[in-house]
Structure formats: structure tokens, C-alpha cells
Design a protein around this ligand. Structure first.
Ligand code: NAP
Length: 275
């Protein structure tokens, strides 16, 4: 799908590290954005930036864990934008902690923000897209959804869920004009990962590296323009490793251990506990 000044976009997680950059990228197309976050204290600043860059923007503070948050997001988006062409499910949270020590409510919050909100928003906005025979849904997953790092159970499960959800949507709505893409970044030098580094003094394992946020912006535009099912964003190509792990799970598990990803999160969890 081509994005231009007539395109109406709902972007969740708009005030975060990746979300703010996606806003800038989309603003340059002239599109009209509905920005959602919670508590969303920076949304007004992001709105101003979008307008400076040539886009249009409205914003809404909505807690996507709740029924009210989902309903107000859908209603306000359709009312203010007059419809929807692109939904970007980008809001996300994570906890790095041994699974048995994670409070159950935190586990539910991760699933609700990362996966269930994306599924609920998509379900409610699909009729609008199908009616106009045009629409694209983008889910911001993570390499964690493919490689399942240690100390990240709910996060990895929610992100793996987004991958399956996206492929299923593509299969159901094939030929309808509505499609979906999933983006799986590894470590990105902003937002969640940047805060982990600041809190713990740790850096991503050198075998995996970290990406600049601009790479995620490019992946988003490419996925929508060329209707790509699934884009991995990582400085070092990881698809061959993931393919090998699919073919030979035991060997794959050893190779993933060798990247240092599990050990990184084990040490982060340790440091967060003692901080
Ligand atoms: N950074 C990375 O290394 C990385 C790597 C792979 C994938 N990702 C994924 O990329 C997405 C963005 O990550 P990020 O690093 O930019 O994270 P971030 O800076 O923490 O931003 C998260 C965004 O989600 C919003 N949010 C959190 N809880 C919410 C809720 N209950 N209801 C509505 N909005 C809520 C936040 O709002 P407030 O600003 O108001 O708190 C913020 O706008 C996430 O899905 C993340 O899993 C990130």
C-alpha cells in the first residue's frame, strides 16, 4: 500500500522510543496519525513534531489493558480520522525476571498490552478496512518471539503470538485488499533496550549487536509498501540461524545459547534484582 496525505493511521505506543521514530517517518508522508499511549505524557510533544514534519496528528491517552481503553481507541480513531487504512500495533512492555518470581498481574499485563490489545484492535477495525477493500495491519513483534530468550517468558510468548496472528490474518484475508505484516527487531538502541542498558550497565552480546531505530522505520515502510509478511531487523542476519533451529531444534538451541542472548538476560535479571 502506498502511504500519502490521504492515509489514516492508528499507531499505538506512539510516545516510546520506537513509536516516536515511527511517528517521524510517517509524518514525512503527510499521513494523518492517531497517536495512542499510556500514560502518554509525551504525546503532545510527539503530535507537535508530526505536524512540524508535514503530517497531521491527533492523540489519545488510553490504557490498552482495559475494555475502556480499547473501545475509546477504536471509537476515537474512526471518529477523528473518519476511517482507518493502517493499524500499527506497536505498544509493548516487558519484565526481565525469573518466571516463577514474576507477579501474575505483570504477566497478564504483558499479554494484554503486547498481544491481546493488538488482536482486539485488529478485530474491531477490520470491518472498516474490509468495507473499503484496503487496509494494512502491522504488528511490532521482536526477535524474542522467534528465539525465546531466558527470563522473558511472557514477552517471548506474546511476541511469538503476534507472528502467528499476522500469518493467520494474511491467510484469512488474502485477496480482500487487507493484509498484515509482522516486524521482528532484535535489540534496538532506544526505548526498552536503552532503559535496560542504563539500569544495568549491560550491552547486547556482540554476536547479536543492536540496530539503530532508523532500521525499524525502514522495515515498517518496506513491509507496508511491498506487503511483506515478516521482516527481521538485526545488524547481523539471523534468519539462517532461525531456519536451522526450525530444522534441527536441539542444534538450534545450542546455537542460540552460543549467541549469548540467554546469558545477557540472565545477567540483566540478576542486576535488576540487586539494583
Ligand atoms: N527497543 C527494543 O530494543 C525493541 C526490540 C524489539 C521489539 N521492540 C518492541 O517495539 C515496541 C516499542 O518498543 P520501545 O522500545 O519503543 O518501548 P517503549 O519506549 O517502552 O515504548 C512503549 C510504548 O507503549 C506504550 N504503552 C505501554 N503500556 C501501555 C498501555 N497499557 N496502553 C497503551 N500504551 C502503552 C508506552 O506509553 P508511555 O510512553 O506513555 O509509557 C510507549 O508509548 C514494543 O512492542 C517492543 O516490544 C522493542
Amino acid at each position: 500500500m502506498k502511504i500519502d496525505s490521504s492515509t489514516r493511521i492508528l499507531l499505538t505506543g506512539a510516545s516510546g522510543g520506537i513509536g516516536t521514530h515511527l511517528c517521524e517517518v510517517l509524518a514525512r508522508t503527510g499521513a494523518h496519525l492517531m497517536l495512542v499511549a499510556n500514560p502518554g505524557v509525551d504525546l503532545r510533544i510527539v503530535q507537535k513534531r508530526v505536524i512540524e514534519l508535514g503530517g497531521k496528528a491527533d492523540y489519545l491517552v488510553a490504557d490498552l489493558r482495559t475494555d475502556e481503553g480499547i473501545t475509546s481507541t477504536v471509537d476515537e480513531t474512526l471518529r477523528v480520522l473518519g476511517g482507518i487504512d493502517i493499524l500499527i500495533n506497536n505498544a509493548g512492555i516487558e519484565y526481565t525476571i525469573a518466571y516463577h518470581e514474576l507477579p501474575e498481574q505483570d504477566m497478564l499485563d504483558v499479554m494484554n498490552v503486547n498481544l491481546i490489545a493488538a488482536m482486539r484492535l485488529t478485530r474491531r477495525l477490520l470491518p472498516s478496512m474490509l468495507g473499503q477493500k484496503k487496509g494494512h495491519i502491522v504488528c511490532m513483534s521482536s526477535l524474542a518471539g522467534r528465539a525465546a530468550p531466558a527470563y522473558q517468558e511472557p514477552y517471548a510468548a506474546s511476541k511469538a503470538g503476534l507472528v502467528a496472528f499476522t500469518y493467520s490474518l494474511r491467510a484469512t484475508y488474502r485477496g480482500s485488499g487487507v493484509s498484515a505484516s509482522v516486524i521482528c527487531p532484535g535489540f534496538v538502541d532506544t526505548g526498552i533496550y536503552q532503559r535496560l542498558c542504563e539500569k544495568t550497565g549491560m550491552k547486547a552480546p556482540s554476536l547479536l549487536g543492536s540496530s539503530k531505530v532508523e532500521a525499524v522505520g525502514r522495515a515498517l515502510l518496506r513491509a507496508i509498501a511491498s506487503d511483506i509478511p515478516d521482516v527481521l531487523v538485526n545488524p547481523i542476519p539471523v534468519r539462517p540461524l532461525l531456519a536451522l533451529a526450525q530444522l534441527f531444534p536441539k542444534l538450534g538451541e545450542k546455537l542460540i545459547i552460543a549467541t549469548g542472548g540467554h546469558e545477557f538476560f540472565r545477567r540483566v535479571a540478576e542486576r535488576l534484582k540487586t539494583n
